[in-house]
Write a protein that binds this ligand. Structure first.
Ligand SMILES: [Zn+2]
Length: 355
């Protein structure tokens, strides 16, 4: 076999990527005869001259063949490289940067990465979403159908994965399966002055963090948890503590799930089990913890409900959503649900000509 014309190409078949495949096989500790056999097989596959007489293999197919050969020839198996990987694994959280973000750096073992990917997929519902998911293009849309739901979610795939990670963390804490911390399950505590929350101006604080967080973040954390009201005297003495348990119970949550079926925001596919229950009328403004005042929102839409341009209101206990201007120029209130039973009822009403 002639020497490769260049480092990344195969001399026999001039397949650009084949050189890489050969290096992968040559890296293993097998005998010369086996290596030459593997080399010939790969070259034949690249040229479309293999025993199966198929067309020339693509770069991806060649890489897969090379991996099979490397696994066959490497008698030590994956153990040596795995012990290297075990030593190099790790996750590091950095200090908050000037842009308000905390950098994450790390390297995961393949099985941990695979588990994380599965968890992301379960939150993001990849049947209809994701970077490489299927995409259906509608040939015609009429004005009465309203704006295109698929265009309502403009997050990048990376942003969606970040938000899914937040959902997974919240679910892990809420499961009660984590070890306790200071006698309670790991609870994110945010402190904020009552006046600031009422006026909407000011900051909130996380324990152990120098930089304050926004009131929107504080409201989001408060909306899905318990609020503890601590009254202090002018001198700083704690005068009273009131705990406002305003978390929707599981009976209420089931009823809301039956009505909403998932995150209410059009185009969002986060399923109900990963959603939070949002108080439409804020609890601090008198909104009750009642099913007529609670709707399902995913972590992201709950976190940005004050700033993302979406509005929700309840009409007779039924949620209605109004989209931002860029999505719906008509700015109309639309009844919203992802509930299959309610959608089926709606179809039944249309086909029978009922109200
Ligand atoms: Zn959502």
């Amino acid at each position: 076999m002639p020497a490769p014309a260049r480092s990344d190409a195969c001399g026999a078949c001039r397949h650009r990527r084949h050189g890489r495949c050969r290096r992968r096989v040559r890296g293993c500790l097998a005998g010369r005869v086996e290596l030459l056999a593997a080399d010939e097989e790969l070259a034949a596959a690249a040229c479309g001259e293999g025993t199966d007489a198929g067309p020339p293999a693509s770069a991806d197919e060649l890489r897969a063949y090379a991996q099979v050969w490397a696994a066959y020839l490497d008698q030590d198996g994956a153990e040596p490289s795995e012990s290297r990987a075990l030593r190099k694994r790790g996750i590091t959280l950095g200090r908050p940067a000037h842009d308000g973000l905390v950098p994450v750096r790390g390297a995961l073992l393949p099985e941990v990465a695979a588990q994380l990917r599965l968890a992301f997929d379960s939150v993001l519902n990849p049947r209809v979403s994701g970077a490489n998911g299927p995409c259906f293009i509608e040939s015609e849309r009429t004005e009465s159908e309203g704006p295109n739901e698929e265009k309502a979610d403009d997050r990048t795939h990376s942003q969606k994965q970040h938000d899914a990670f937040a959902v997974l963390l919240a679910a892990a804490v809420a499961s009660g399966a984590l070890p306790t911390l200071g006698g309670a399950s790991p609870t994110l505590v945010v402190s904020v002055r009552e006046e600031d929350l009422a006026t909407g101006r000011g900051y909130a604080h996380l324990p152990g963090e120098d930089d304050p967080i926004s009131l929107a973040a504080a409201r989001h954390i408060g909306c899905r948890g318990v609020v503890q009201r601590v009254v202090m005297s002018a001198a700083g003495r704690v005068v009273s503590i009131t705990t406002l348990d305003r978390v929707f119970n599981h009976h209420q949550r089931r009823a809301i799930t039956l009505r909403d079926g998932g995150c209410l925001i059009p185009g969002c596919r986060v399923p109900p089990q990963w959603c939070e229950v949002h108080h439409v009328e804020e609890h601090s403004r008198g909104g009750p913890t009642h099913i007529d005042n609670g709707v399902l929102l995913c972590w992201f839409h709950h976190r940005t409900i004050d700033t993302g341009g979406w509005r929700i209101r309840m009409i007779g206990g039924v949620p209605h959503v109004r989209g931002p201007e860029w999505w719906d120029a008509s700015h109309a209130w639309r009844q919203a649900t992802k509930s299959p039973t309610r959608m089926r009822d709606a179809i039944g009403r249309v086909t029978s000509g009922g109200p």
